[in-house]
Design a protein around this ligand. Sequence first.
Ligand SMILES: O=C(O)CCC(=O)CC(=O)O
Length: 260
Amino acid sequence: MNGGLHVTVDGPPDAPVLLLGSSLGTTGAMWQPQVAALTERYRVVRYDHLGHGGSAVPAGPYTIDLLGRKVLRLLDALGVARVHYAGLSLGGMVGMWLAAHAGERIDRLALLCTSASLGPAEGWRARAATVRAGRLDSIADAIVERWFTPAFAARNPDTVAAYRNMLVGTPAAGYAGCCEAIAAMDLRPDLAAVRAPTLVIGAADDPATPPEQAAAIAERIPSARLVVLDGAAHLANVEQPEAVARLLAEHLDPEGVVPR
Ligand SMILES: O=C(O)CCC(=O)CC(=O)O
């Protein structure tokens, strides 16, 4: 494995690499709605966070620093010096860390439905304890309710069920370890060091990382642009797949052809 992280790779071997980081309780499969559009121009590498999907599951707690260093080891193992990076929620937290602490490895950055500081810490530690006690299933419905708007969930029960299955399939130690990483996280002081041109996407109906959090990130990153999408909750890339694909394509290659 690549430094302990499982990856799925799609797209032309000689194209620029776009690394995609997923949210807490999902895998790289979370990004499936964007893969067809993005592989028109990029070698798309989706990784599973430590403790998620096919990646290694050490006992926690983890830190954002640890998750970020794992990604740097992954890039070394893949022999890739520099990538574009897009991450949603936990994936965005790792993206902020990478851009601040290893800016030479990150070309352009996109941060979706994420936060630089997501308290209260006690809430995350309580969630970790619930999951370590084997009760992720008991809180799964409440978590998934934050991922999709009620209207989308009513129209797309199979999609909601598939993402819920992804959540409850997450190893307990991995999910809890990442909750503890979020509990201890404060990336706000790091953001002024981000040099990568950055697109920050919030979603108007996201109760998990509300759009105010996206605005707070965009204010602190010197070259950031903020977009807030209507009609989406936390997993905005699932609910607004074309809009997210278009925004990413425009941001990653402002001079290029925008996929349909
Ligand atoms: O989605 C993430 O990566 C972190 C935020 C979160 O877990 C949202 C939720 O509470 O469902």
